[in-house]
Design a protein around this ligand. Structure first.
Ligand SMILES: Nc1ncnc2c1ncn2[C@@H]1O[C@H](COP(=O)(O)OP(=O)(O)OP(=O)(O)O)[C@@H](O)[C@H]1O
Ligand SMILES: [Mg+2]
Length: 379
């Protein structure tokens, strides 16, 4: 595995409970431990802003800005890697509390055209306790997870999703207004067909590659092999038909669905309704019927296989943010996770209230204690 870009220094200003913080970080595993409410997840959230999107909590920017601050927040990361140092800064200015202008991104001191530019330097993927219900919860959460996995492999995916959403919002507006302006509908639906099929194709490709990667890994590991698939008309069609044909079919579906969608007040068919379908292979069981720990192990397995895939494809293994990762894993699985992370040679941030759960990493990881906004080495 090549040496990866890693975050060597992180500076936070008015970010959640941190008024001003600078920490030096090591490559490899980093463990943040501390009491409830100490600020561990906030650190991971800050790092999650180093990839496009709203971060691991999907919080409004106004909530991210520190209570009692000036309404803005900033974070700054220094990356070190094979090509030297890179500086990435992002945040919103005070007074822009709604974050309407979006957060700004600067790379090496210059304004980035868009947040996607960060993907040139690093990829970030996370697992949080909120995702423990990924397999049993709403499809929208699984779609978001899926699209984040696609984004790490295919940086153009974020813009496609934005373009599709924008077009769909336009169509939904026409629908709720009861518009019968066919020319407008035609124009918007053509855009939806183009971007929608591109989204479906990227998802299908990622799932195909990830499934192949999962097959390559030994099936006796502590993280069970997952059978992954997609449910969604476009994703199914794109596997066998040329994209132009699928586009044309989707466009016709939208045209024919106008009356039905007008009655519903929204677009009822498209890649915004697709789902990620996961099965526990050794048990031949749908993921949602597995135990809490089994679901967690499946999810960890998927994320680790994906990290390996991303590393092989892009030369950049994602930085992993594993919040409360030890909570549902038994000691055997924890040890296995640590050794896989080491083998992947990526920077992995892990949190827990109890540093003892990570004791087998002693000497192989950076241990930091988080104590209400103050961070120091764990003793
Ligand atoms: N905008 C904000 N301004 C100031 N403090 C905030 C802001 N948002 C959240 N906090 C506080 O930050 C603190 C730390 O939150 P965080 O979620 O990082 O804790 P944690 O260490 O992960 O705890 P746990 O172990 O319970 O998950 C909380 O007390 C929270 O109320
Ligand atoms: Mg937390």
């Amino acid at each position: 595995m090549p040496i990866q870009n890693h975050i060597s220094k992180l500076t936070l200003t008015n970010f959640r409970n941190y008024a001003a913080l600078t920490i030096d970080l090591a490559p490899g595993a980093v463990v943040f431990s501390g009491d409830n409410g100490a600020g561990k997840t906030n650190l991971l959230e800050a790092i999650s802003f180093l990839t496009p999107g709203r971060g691991l909590r999907r919080a409004p920017y106004a909530d991210v800005a520190r209570e009692g601050g000036d309404g803005g927040f900033a974070l700054h990361a220094q990356l070190d890697g094979p090509d030297g140092q890179v500086e990435i800064g992002t945040g919103i200015a005070g007074g822009d509390t709604a974050g309407e202008g979006g957060r700004r991104v600067r790379i090496n001191g210059a304004s980035a055209r868009s947040a996607e530019d960060m993907l040139e330097w690093l990829r970030v993927v996370w697992l949080t306790p909120a995702m423990d219900a990924l397999f049993t919860g709403p499809a929208a959460d699984r779609r978001r997870f899926l699209d984040r996995l696609v984004l790490a492999i295919d940086p153009g995916h974020g813009q496609r999703a934005i373009d599709y959403e924008k077009a769909m919002r336009g169509r939904n507006r026409l629908l709720t207004e009861g518009s019968r302006d066919d020319r407008w509908f035609d124009a918007i639906e053509t855009q939806m067909a183009e971007t929608g099929v591109a989204i479906a194709a990227a998802r299908a490709e990622m799932v195909r590659l990830l499934a192949a990667m999962i097959d390559r890994l030994p099936d006796t590991g502590p993280f069970p092999q997952a059978d992954i698939g997609l449910s969604g008309d476009l994703e199914a069609e794109i596997a066998t038909a040329p994209a132009v044909d699928v586009e044309e079919r989707f466009r016709r579906t939208l045209i024919e669905g106008r009356d039905r969608d007008r009655a519903a007040g929204r677009t009822l068919e498209g890649p915004h309704r697709s789902d990620l379908v996961v099965r526990h292979r050794p048990k031949a069981m749908p993921a949602e019927l597995c135990s809490t720990g089994e679901q967690k192990a499946l999810l960890v397995g998927i994320v680790l296989s994906h990290a390996r895939l991303t590393g092989e494809m892009s030369g950049m293994t994602p930085i992993l943010l594993l919040d409360e990762i030890a909570a549902h894993l038994d000691s055997g699985r924890r040890a296995a996770l640590f050794s896989i992370l080491e083998e992947l040679n990526c920077q992995a941030f892990m949190t827990g209230t109890d540093a003892a759960l990570f004791s087998s990493l002693k000497g192989r990881a950076q241990f930091l204690t988080v104590d209400h906004g103050v961070i120091g080495p764990t003793i």
